[in-house]
Write a protein that binds this ligand. Structure first.
Ligand code: ZN
Length: 294
């Protein structure tokens, strides 16, 4: 629980930094924010495969770099925002300085075991996609992959980050799953979907028998940004007693062989006892220990 609060606070700090820099509409430019805080940004060939970027602290000066082999402008924005997270989030500069002052990142929600990497990813998602702007976008578009792709385009961020942010902010039952071959890399569910008590799709667990599993059997599809869709049911993916129909939209993410699946539904049954708002009230009473004013 504590970790979830920490991640929410990281997202809110990202939103606060964007607002403080004067941004109140899409797209939010992390380069402008870095420049307002006198942080130079450099493109640099990666020393280690898979490294998206990094931050260096020398003599009270921070320098951000991102890997030159990233071709996607949205992912560059996400990477720079992740590094800004290491600058602004409480405890991050200290943790990095303890390790010699240089930090190499793997941005993009894949490093589930490292708390500072996850916090920086959530900071980046909040900075590039503040909740009120995402909600406005969601309210104007039917839930699903088209809405996510449009958000990624107007917010100038990666498709996976837009997908995760949509699941976090949506009031519809929606889940997003990133997979590779027969394995789930990570999954996010909207609060509304959680009302139906799904089994959790854990990192590293097997994909259920589904159109996504079939899709992934042809590696070329994941690599070539192929898109398809199918019908599924809630219980096919999440078990339990609910078997309402869901759309299963599938997109090959290219390059690394990952696949994005978006599950959504517009015809869900009424629930007698949806989850209460307990968590929200707990968050409101939780005092963040963020270092303001830096
Ligand atoms: Zn990092």
């Amino acid at each position: 629980m504590a970790e979830r609060f920490q991640l929410r606070m990281a997202r809110q700090e990202g939103e606060r930094i964007a607002k403080e820099a004067g941004f109140d509409s899409f797209p939010i430019c992390p380069r402008t924010i870095a420049s307002k805080h006198n942080i130079p940004i450099e493109a640099k060939p990666p020393d280690i495969a898979g490294v998206s970027g990094g931050i260096i602290f020398v003599n009270n000066q921070a320098i951000i770099f991102y890997a030159t082999n990233i071709e996607n402008e949205g992912f560059i924005n996400f990477t720079i925002s992740h590094e800004l997270g290491h600058f602004f989030l409480p405890g991050h500069p200290e943790a990095i300085q303890e390790q010699g002052g240089a930090h190499a990142s793997k941005a993009g929600f894949t490093q589930g075991d490292s708390s500072i990497e996850l916090e920086a990813d959530h900071f980046a998602a909040g900075l590039l996609m503040p909740e009120h702007l995402v909600r406005t976008h969601i309210n104007r578009n039917p839930p699903g992959l088209d809405s996510i792709l449009e958000l990624s385009s107007i917010a100038e961020c990666s498709v996976t980050a837009a997908a995760i942010r949509t699941a976090e902010c949506s009031r519809d039952p929606i889940a997003i799953i990133v997979s590779s071959a027969d394995t789930i890399a990570y999954a996010f569910m909207s609060e509304r979907l959680k009302d139906f008590r799904p089994r959790f799709l854990r990192k590293g667990s097997a994909l259920p028998n589904s159109a996504t599993a079939q899709f992934n059997k042809t590696l070329n599809q994941a690599l070539s940004a192929t898109r398809t869709c199918a019908q599924t049911t809630f219980s096919d993916w999440f078990g339990g007693e609910h078997s309402f129909v869901m759309d299963e939209e599938i997109l090959g993410l290219g390059q690394y062989g990952f696949t994005l699946t978006v599950l959504s539904s517009e015809e869900v049954p009424e629930l007698d006892d949806p989850d209460d708002e307990e968590e929200d009230s707990l968050v409101e009473s939780w005092t963040p220990h963020f270092a303001y004013g830096r």
